[in-house]
Design a protein around this ligand. Structure first.
Ligand code: CP
Length: 337
């Protein structure tokens, strides 16, 4: 299975996801340190990262290739991202030149660019990423855009398989958590779709005003219908957590007040009890696990006791980023291409 673009698990057949997971496991168990010899991965980070930045570089190193990173935080000319403006301000370089130049040095390109969070429709359509995608002539990896995070989803699927969480009948709860700031919809959207595509019974639990948009919910429901899973949404945490195999915490923006920082802040100011703690697991399965994509704020989204206890698999998820991405790179620019 060659891969030209890794953008959204929904663009793959379930059998293709399974093949990637099988390959990830194979590369983990039987290293192939020369598989990407002579290959270069270009990485453009327009938004911050710890895991994505390091796991892609580690993945390339483990497969015998190399990677370079470009980010506005480095000593480069200021990068302009907007189209159709007169560049008489600080930025001296436009993405319209920077992306073709960077990608011409690599065999594949990864781009991270978080949502602008100004206009919900634009972010749901992943407009900014789409504009950048049009400038790329080499295989492309979405390292998190306004609405996608396929690398996280692949790693989380691998983690669920390792935990032997049943595909059919497994209960997966995507649980909104408090955060001092409004955060993007990429991870909740991608995670919901991953769990639905895996065939699980998914419950999204969130306070009023933080409903995931119909476009995200409908897409996940279609995936669930195809996989034998289900998708429901509630604001009742007690009901949501009952019988859960997984509580996956994630912080996200108010969708009622998307792009309105003041209204979002007002809506979330009394929601600080939306934290995952030991009582959250009271009616979950005894072996229920806690998941989060990281970074996570301790004592804000989840308690120390959960993060440091046996329920938490956040480090396993993070490590699986590297194995999953190795499989993607192998199929994109390696022997599987
Ligand atoms: N989960 C994740 O993408 O982590 P980073 O933002 O640190 O890359």
């Amino acid at each position: 299975m060659g891969l030209k673009v890794f953008n959204d698990l929904a663009e793959l057949e379930p059998a293709q996801v399974d093949a990637l997971l099988k390959l990830a496991r194979r590369l983990q168990d039987s290293p192939e340190p020369r598989a990407l010899e002579g290959k270069v991965l270009a990485l453009l980070f327009l938004s911050p990262s710890l895991r994505t930045l390091s796991s892609f570089q580690a993945a390339m190193a483990r497969l015998g290739g190399g990677a370079f990173v470009i980010s506005p935080d480095m000593s480069i000319h200021g990068l302009e991202t907007r189209d159709g403006i007169v560049m008489d301000g600080v930025a001296a370089e436009h993405l319209r030149e920077a992306i073709p130049v960077i990608s011409s040095y690599g065999d594949a390109l990864g781009i991270r660019a978080f949502a602008a969070r100004e206009n919900l429709e634009d972010d749901l359509a992943d407009k900014q990423f789409g504009r950048m995608r049009d400038l790329v002539k080499v295989p492309l990896i979405n390292m998190e855009s306004a609405i996608q995070h396929p690398c996280q989803s692949l790693a989380d699927w691998k983690t669920l398989d390792e935990l032997k969480v049943p595909r059919q009948g497994g209960k997966f709860v995507l649980s909104w958590s408090w955060h001092p700031k409004a955060l993007p919809l990429a991870v909740p959207s991608a995670t919901l779709h991953m769990a639905a595509m895996r065939g699980m019974d998914v419950t999204v639990v969130r306070p009023d005003g933080f409903e995931l948009p119909p476009a995200i919910m409908d897409k996940a429901r279609r995936a669930a219908a195809a996989s034998g899973g289900s998708v429901t949404e509630t604001s009742d945490r007690r009901q949501a957590y009952e019988g859960a195999h997984i509580i996956y915490a994630k912080e996200w923006s108010s969708t009622k007040h998307y792009g309105d920082r003041v209204a979002d802040q007002k809506l979330r100011e009394n929601l600080q009890d939306w934290i995952v703690d030991e009582p959250s697991f009271a009616t979950a399965r005894p072996d229920a696990r806690f998941m989060h994509c990281l970074p996570v704020r301790r004592g804000v989204a989840v308690t120390d006791r959960i993060l440091d206890g046996p329920r938490s698999v956040v480090i396993q998820e993070a490590q699986n980023r590297m194995w999953g991405q190795m499989a993607v790179l192998y199929q994109m620019i390696g022997p599987g291409a």
